[in-house]
Design a protein around this ligand. Structure first.
Ligand code: GDG
Length: 481
């Protein structure tokens, strides 16, 4: 056993494999919101991050970052990648937890792989965690880790945070391995969700089965629930079957605003010039995922152009769609449908030298992405379901001067805090169209009101940043010790 007092466990290790000009490969630390938020805690407490480095059948030796954080890899084979990651995590749990936007596949072989890989992660944590350490497990790929670790290491304090929604009990019950997942989660001392509604779903699930003494629900039946879910403070407790008290609450994740402040104004001006300085610039930024509603927003745009509500010469739509989970069938279908729509819209409404839709199926460097945020008049965020949606918060954080406007789906977790956006129901084409038109017109007709709305959202995001998220969760965990 080694001496790390604070261990973060996530599917991905924050590293990238880079290839130099001479062909030599090197692993380098890659910062991101979660890493930035947790680095101070990790540095101060002999911290260690356990995760998969992102390349199958390859893993670096453990190494320390410049901040003194130990990165400890868990290697996955290509078979693990297919069955644990692409299979159970992303073709079973992902669609189930996003309210069945596509139908989940329930495969016993994938479940085996999920169990095996979760076990392997727990074994690695056991190797690096000091006696009495605090372990924070992240996300849906690792829901069994708290339960396995609890058995292996009762000395640990264990937190779990779910970055995606938790579905209603009626949907969750579909999962053939629901009992094991609930048991796995209840190995934690604190379980965190983005929204109170997610925490309520989990508590309702637990409550509904606790009343069925000796029932045949296939779910553990010997726990009690007290209290109600709340935000950033534990008021609800579940008593697990081994008699421990497990705290449940909501901790809305956010961004690191200091990561976004430096926008290169000349670059933004050049972008505007290239895209048409006089047009209204609408922007979508998403992983190319069927949950994000990219096709539906393009369809809404197309109808608005066809109706004449928007004139093709007055608008430019930029869709940045970062490649994601490309070997999974539903992702391939979504990509085809999106690309067909882009082609169709440009075919119908573009003129030479002015495409209405610019589509980038690429991952852009952060400063480039930020320049797009700064340049955009209207950010269009229309997921069918989203745990939070950091893109919405990043856009708002870039517009502290009150410029810009945002169309936001009611079904994004971010809508709970950013209710000054032009909210829409992406399942309802009329609602999506209306919100886009209102945002475009709001900028022109009622600029003061629109600016006021942006400033209010900006204040919300700046005051409730990712540090607050991490600190609130870790404070709860400390109290649970
Ligand atoms: C999951 C949940 C929850 C996107 N394109 C590029 C790029 N990005 C960055 C964005 C943002 C991140 O990726 C995407 O985060 P989201 O929150 O929007 O969405 P998911 O990836 O689905 O994240 C979500 C989140 O976890 C955190 O808990 O909010 O609900 O689904 O930061 O900026 N970054 C760069 N180039 C790109 O092209 N550099």
């Amino acid at each position: 056993m080694s001496g790390n007092d604070f261990v973060v466990v996530a599917n991905r290790l924050p590293v990238d494999l880079t290839t130099a000009d001479d062909g030599t490969e090197k692993w380098i630390a890659s910062p991101g919101g979660l890493v930035t938020a947790l680095t101070p805690v990790l540095s101060a407490h002999q911290g260690c991050w356990v995760g998969w480095p992102g390349v199958a059948d390859a893993a670096p030796e453990p190494f320390r970052t410049d901040d003194g954080v130990l990165l400890h890899p868990v290697s996955l084979t290509s078979d693990d990648f297919e069955r644990f990651y692409e299979g159970f995590s992303n073709a079973t749990l992902w669609p189930l937890y996003h309210d069945l936007i596509v139908t989940p596949t329930y495969s016993r072989s994938w479940w085996q792989a999920y169990r095996d890989v979760n076990h392997r992660f727990a074994v690695e944590v056991d190797r690096v965690a000091a006696h009495g350490a605090t372990v924070w497990v992240q996300d849906y790929q690792l829901q069994l880790v708290p339960g396995i670790l609890r058995q292996m290491r009762p000395d640990l304090t264990i937190g779990f945070f779910l970055h995606i929604p938790f579905p209603s009990p009626d949907l969750f019950r579909q999962l053939p391995w629901r009992e094991e997942i609930v048991r796995g989660l209840l190995g934690a001392d604190v379980i965190g969700f983005h929204l109170k509604a997610n925490a309520d779903n989990f508590l309702q699930l637990v409550r509904s089965v606790s009343g069925v003494s000796g029932g045949h629900t296939g779910l553990p039946d010997s726990f009690e629930v007290t209290g109600h879910a709340s935000v950033r403070e534990i008021t609800a407790h579940v008593t697990s079957s081994d008699g421990r008290s497990v705290g449940v609450a909501a901790y809305p994740i956010s961004i690191d605003p200091t990561d976004l402040v430096e926008v290169d104004k000349a670059h933004v001006a050049k972008l505007r010039e290239q895209l048409g300085a006089d047009t209204t610039l609408l922007l979508g930024v998403d992983r190319l995922d069927y949950t994000k509603g990219i096709l539906q927003r393009l369809n809404a745009l197309e109808e608005l152009l066809a109706d004449g509500a928007l004139a093709p010469e007055d608008v430019t739509f930029v869709q940045i769609a970062t490649p994601s989970r490309e070997r999974i069938e539903h992702y391939q279908r979504t990509r085809s449908a999106v690309e067909e729509a882009v082609g169709r819209i440009n075919g119908r409404f573009a003129t030479l030298g002015h495409p209405v839709v610019h589509y980038l199926h690429q991952s852009l460097p952060k400063p480039e992405l930020q320049a797009y945020y700064a340049a955009a008049d209207v950010m269009v965020v229309t997921p069918f379901k989203d745990g939070m949606n950091l893109v919405a918060k990043e856009y708002v954080a870039t517009h502290g001067d009150g410029s810009g406007a945002m169309v936001l789906s009611e079904f994004a977790g971010a809508a709970a805090e950013l209710n000054q956006a032009y909210l829409c129901n992406p399942f309802d084409m009329e609602s999506a169209k209306q919100a886009i038109v209102q945002a475009v017109q709001g900028l022109k007709r009622t600029p003061e009101v629109t600016a006021e709305r942006m400033r209010a959202m900006h204040a919300q995001v700046i005051e409730h940043d990712v540090d607050l998220w991490a600190q609130a969760f870790l404070d709860s965990l400390k109290k649970a010790q």
